[in-house]
Design a protein around this ligand. Structure first.
Ligand code: AMP
Ligand code: MG
Length: 490
């Protein structure tokens, strides 16, 4: 079949990518195909029934329209700069457009070694593929900007991590795969012309409204500002749903503001501000409550790359960028307040609400309350004067907090029914819980059983739906089910 694809990334300097072919796999088998996403990209929903589809998504045989390249980027990994990373196991095939003309990268992940593999095998185990499929599609479902999962295919080969694991390939769809590390790569090379071309490309692709700004320096400064805004919105959205990315390296920070590179990420069960699940994150650099500070740091790294474009005078450029960077904590704080206030039913937050939200979180932490259910059940407490629900029993000051919250709402003059409907539309009942993902992976590993994967995927389609068959997915883990680390050799 032929499709209308583009390859705009190839306009960038040649140092930004290398042409590379996928390595064929022994025995390709479907795991999943995302029909609605396929349809939105004008791919036939029945593509998964065709040999061509399986050949494509396993990398066994690419159609003519695919022009596979792996992309170059650098990045700060856990704070240490690596001047050349790049797609060590991914290939950008082409760009597809949706019905609105918005362009999307289609990329194979786990398709074999590339010039950027740095000794790695270029492959991906099945577990992380299942995790990324479930999590990224869930994020899309609840409106968090994210890369998407178009297809997952088993390779019939094993990949060696701590033990031998079954291999798989994920086909990822992203607004683009541009990262902070894409800029860092060109800066490290001292390629100022390349930096400018990349900045122009980023504007064109993600922030076209900035093209109206005639002054070059002002336009690049506005680009920095726009990326900061997207990222502030993204990270506060994560905070509001209890999501921990786990590896917020600059190479995993997208310029479009999408969640990208689902590795050892996880949702919090019982609330703990400094929760870390990733086994590789020994010092808690990317702990739940560190995410805003890390975003600030990552945006400072991006600003460094844009300085030469913002103004020829170093001092002027530095001053302009520093003003933006210094304002980030305040910006994140405002975005956080807005999101968290909505979770409490407030339709217009005020600065004083910060302490109300913080007190609730402290109360959850002290009472070991499940983050998701704690917020989900809060709507039932809106109008209640009697003993709070059992869920909050361990929180000694919950009743006092509830009084203050109820007062805050009544003073706002906002009808309770409105607060309730706000809360019921933003506080989800169901998240992809770590122990369920673990169970999905174990079933797939032990006897190739994909039914738990399909069941969890179905339950996550509507995070608010109540049905007896979904009950098991709404429950926090019992102690023996608790997953303490999520790193499984991605
Ligand atoms: P990640 O932690 O997945 O964001 O990956 C960090 C860097 O390591 C990226 O440049 C990846 O392409 C590369 N990488 C991760 N796993 C592999 C692998 N199995 N083979 C080759 N490169 C890899
Ligand atoms: Mg990465």
């Amino acid at each position: 079949m032929t499709f209308k694809t583009t390859h705009s990334y190839l306009q960038l300097p040649e140092s930004c990518f290398q042409v590379c072919q996928p390595t064929p796999v022994a025995d390709a088998q479907w795991i999943a195909f995302n029909q609605p996403l396929a349809a939105s990209l004008a791919l036939p929903e029945t593509y998964w029934l065709t040999d061509e589809g399986l050949d494509l998504f396993s990398g066994n045989k690419l159609p003519e329209w695919a022009q596979p390249v792996s992309q170059a980027y650098a990045g700060h990994q856990f704070g240490h700069f690596v001047p050349q990373l790049g797609d060590g196991r991914a290939l950008l095939l082409a760009e597809f457009s949706d019905e609105d003309g918005q362009r999307f990268d289609v990329q194979l992940k786990g398709s074999g070694p590339t010039p950027y593999s740095r000794g790695g095998d270029g492959r991906s185990p099945l577990g992380p593929v299942l995790r990324e499929y479930l999590l990224s599609e869930y994020m899309a479902r609840i409106g968090v900007p994210t890369t998407r999962a178009l297809a997952a295919v088993a390779t019939g080969e094993s990949v060696q991590r701590e033990t031998a694991e079954p291999g798989a390939i994920l086909t990822r769809v992203a607004s683009s795969h541009l990262r902070v590390g894409s800029f860092q790569f060109l800066l490290a090379k001292g390629d100022l012309d390349g930096l400018e071309r990349l900045a122009d490309y980023t504007v064109q692709r993600h922030y076209p409204q900035l093209q109206q700004i005639d002054d070059d320096g002002q336009r690049y400064l506005a680009l920095l500002d726009a990326i900061i805004e997207k990222q502030a919105q993204l990270v506060t959205h994560w905070m509001s749903i209890g999501f921990i990315h786990g590896v917020m390296n600059t190479d995993n920070t997208s310029l479009s503001g999408e969640t990208i590179d689902y590795g050892p990420c996880a949702f919090i069960d019982e609330y703990r501000a400094d929760q870390v699940f990733s086994f590789i994150d020994k010092r808690g650099r990317y702990a739940y409550n560190q995410q805003p500070a890390i975003l600030h740091w990552n945006m400072a790294r991006l600003a460094e790359c844009l300085l030469p474009l913002i103004d020829n005078h170093k001092e002027t450029a530095l001053q302009l960028a520093t003003d933006l960077i210094n304002a980030i904590p305040q910006r994140i704080s405002a975005a956080w307040l807005e999101r968290m206030g909505t979770k409490l039913g407030l339709n217009a937050v005020r600065a004083e609400d910060k302490s109300l939200i913080e007190r609730l979180l402290q109360s959850f932490e002290q009472g070991q309350v499940d983050f998701t259910l704690g917020f989900y059940q809060l709507a039932d407490e809106l109008n209640k004067q009697t003993t709070p629900a059992a869920l909050y029993a361990g929180c000694t000051d919950f009743s006092a907090w509830r009084d203050d919250w109820q007062q805050r709402l009544s003073h706002s003059g906002q009808p309770l029914s409105e607060a309730e409907s706000t809360m019921r539309t933003c506080n989800v009942r169901r998240i992809p819980r770590n122990h369920q993902i673990q169970a999905v992976i174990e079933a797939a590993y032990t006897d190739g059983d994909l039914r738990p994967f399909n069941a969890l995927h179905a339950a996550l389609q509507d995070p608010f739906a109540t049905a007896p068959e979904f009950d098991q997915f709404d429950q926090p883990p019992a102690d023996p089910q608790r997953v303490t680390n999520t790193f499984c050799g991605t």
